[in-house]
Write a protein that binds this ligand. Structure first.
Ligand SMILES: [Zn+2]
Length: 322
């Protein structure tokens, strides 16, 4: 058994066609994890900060509006940010899926985003909350150091004893520096804003059946595995229809998935139990096995279908792959 217990082919196809929002406090590692999804599954990363800078630089209509606001010392309005996201989602690389990172940050933005995505027919498939204790976040951010030459980011807490922290992208790179914003006072302030404005989105998305939570207090690779495990919770089979007939199948598949997710999204344990059931282990063993295995190592589960049908779905998928 390799790193992943599931078939990487199927899982990869499934993950590369998801519309995902990563939610988490500043410093929870969502940027890093979004990057992983980009690298592994080719999902385009929709980062509002980058998009804004690029729109301003290119002088697009929304970019000009954003620039006007920034020049006047004002915040860029939600309407402008949404317009920029909408423009980005009109590009062909986002047809299958995308990872939205850094937006929405409050309930008004979340509602506006949902309305816009409905309008263009690209509703979200999943929202993943990466949970890290605030104490750990403060430690992480205060330990951040970056290379003035190539902007690579490192952390003093990742370095082994006796090892010097230097940029690994070249011997000629200068010593690492701490960015002025990466200090404890600033971080604490940002966490307060997150708690007040962004944290309420957790309830909002939970009610919509979109939310999955993962524990982000672990090494990056472990968190990536947990993230993939969380994303794979609904059955890849529920996407089968959309794979064969994208345009007509997508909407109904998404709807079906949301409906089936609603009950269990907040309870990852139930998925483990169901997997146990599928394998027909005795009940006692099932429970302990589920407890011992980390989320990411579990196989993706076909939700809500009786065992017989589930097996058929798996067989079908295998046939299609050939
Ligand atoms: Zn460097």
């Amino acid at each position: 058994m390799g790193v992943f217990a599931f078939d990487p082919g199927d899982a990869g196809r499934y993950l590369s066609a998801m519309r995902i929002v990563l939610l988490g406090a500043p410093g929870s590692g969502k940027g890093t994890q979004a990057q992983r999804l980009v690298e592994r599954f080719g999902l385009p990363q929709i980062s509002t900060g980058d998009l804004l800078r690029s729109a301003v630089a290119r002088g697009t209509p929304y970019g000009l509006q954003a620039k006007a606001a920034m020049d006047a010392g004002q915040l860029v309005s939600d309407a402008v940010v949404l317009g920029i996201i909408r423009d980005r989602l009109a590009e062909s690389d986002t047809l299958r899926g995308y990872v939205l990172d850094g937006f929405p940050r409050n309930q008004a933005q979340a509602r506006a985003l949902a309305a816009m995505l409905r309008e263009i027919g690209k509703p979200l498939d999943a929202v993943v909350l990466i949970e890290v204790p605030y104490k750990e976040i403060v430690k992480r951010i205060a330990g951040r150091r970056s290379c003035p030459k190539c902007a690579a980011v490192y952390n003093i807490h990742d370095v082994g004893p006796g090892e010097a922290l230097r940029c690994r992208n070249g011997n000629d790179h200068p010593p690492l520096v701490q960015r002025p914003d990466d200090n404890e006072a600033t971080v604490t302030k940002r966490l307060e804003v997150y708690e007040k404005s962004t944290r309420p989105l957790v309830d909002l998305y939970a009610k919509q059946g979109l939310l999955r939570r993962i524990d982000g207090d672990a090494p990056t690779d472990t968190v990536t595995q947990r993230l993939m495990g969380a994303l794979l919770q609904p059955a890849p089979a529920s996407k089968a229809a959309s794979r064969s007939g994208r345009k007509t199948g997508r909407k109904s598949a998404a709807k079906r998935k949301t409906a089936s997710k609603r009950k269990s999204a907040a309870k990852p344990k139930s998925a483990a139990k169901r997997k146990g059931a599928a394998k027909r282990k005795p009940a006692a063993k099932r429970k302990t096995a589920a407890k011992r295995k980390p989320v990411a190592k579990r196989k993706p589960v076909t939700r809500g279908k009786p065992v017989a049908k589930r097996k058929k779905a798996v067989a079908k998928r295998k046939t299609r792959r050939r």
